[in-house]
Write a protein that binds this ligand. Structure first.
Ligand code: IP8
Length: 264
């Protein structure tokens, strides 16, 4: 059995894979290009993807992240439909890998993770480690999550990453890469609301709390947007795991980040 193997966790953001403003739209070229870069990386990798225009509009419509609410018409059906939309996006990706004869395996997060009064309980994730052992690429995604108090909400891809960082045992996460549709995190260079925007090239853990985030306009996001992402990044960094944010729209940035080459 493999022990102390390094693994990279890569997240393809939902707004990278889809046009978040248009329901069920996918960015065919971006997906194709991302997959081509990923299959070039021959070392252990776990792939996570977000919801984009598949998961977020439905989750918002049925207020899934706020939990069971009997006054919302057909909410439980909406829960099912939200999960299925994510499954669809996932199957689409899975099939693209299979067309290229790359062994991949999807894991349904809603069948792995369970919320217990705000705490996510994760059973031993040996299944993911065994997939890695036999060189299957595990793919997980933002999904619905059931709650022990008889309710449900959404588990974001980012949250899943944190749970994996916390719970993998035989594999050590060497870094987490977020491929998004922008160059990274932008801050305001002065205190005014619309000060000049500046891309942050490097941030240390201690600086994460005081970022003056630039407002780049918000898309439908039920899992906390960039603030939520920074919160998760902090928790990942606290485990001494470096995090990199890259622009997944650029031709070879995913490959460069995976191979630790210089990238913006
Ligand atoms: O895009 C959200 O995952 P994320 C998944 O990683 C759903 O935040 C179902 C909205």
């Amino acid at each position: 059995l493999r022990k102390n193997y390094e693994v990279i966790i890569l997240k393809l953001g939902g707004s990278l894979l889809t046009d978040k403003n248009k329901a069920f739209s996918i960015r065919e070229n971006v997906i194709e290009n991302s997959i081509n870069q990923i299959i070039n990386y021959k070392k252990p990798l776990i792939l996570i993807h977000g919801g984009g225009s598949f998961g977020h509009p439905l989750a918002k419509k049925y207020e899934i992240s706020k939990g069971l609410n009997t006054s919302i018409e057909n909410q439980v059906l909406g829960l099912s439909v939200t999960h299925e939309a994510m499954n669809k996006l996932n199957s689409l990706l899975i099939n693209k890998f299979l067309e290229k004869k790359i062994p991949v395996i999807p894991f349904q997060p809603s069948s792995i993770f369970f919320k217990n009064y705000e705490k996510i309980s994760t059973p031993p994730i040996g299944i993911i480690e065994t997939a890695l052992d036999i060189e299957l690429l595990p793919i997980l995604y933002g999904d619905i999550i059931f709650d022990a108090k008889g309710s449900f909400s959404i588990i974001s891809g980012d949250k899943i990453i944190f749970e994996l960082c916390k719970n993998l045992q035989r594999y050590k996460v060497s870094k987490v890469i977020f491929a998004i549709e922008k160059d990274g995190i932008f801050i305001r260079s002065n205190n005014k609301e619309e000060g000049n925007l500046k891309l942050v090239s490097e941030i240390s853990y201690n600086e994460l709390d005081n970022l003056k985030l630039a407002n780049l306009g918000s898309k439908i996001d039920v899992t906390g947007g960039i603030r939520g992402k920074i919160d998760i990044i902090k928790r990942i960094c606290k485990k001494n795991i470096p995090v990199q944010i890259i622009n997944g729209m650029k031709e070879d940035f995913i490959m460069k980040a995976l191979k630790s080459k210089d990238v913006i």
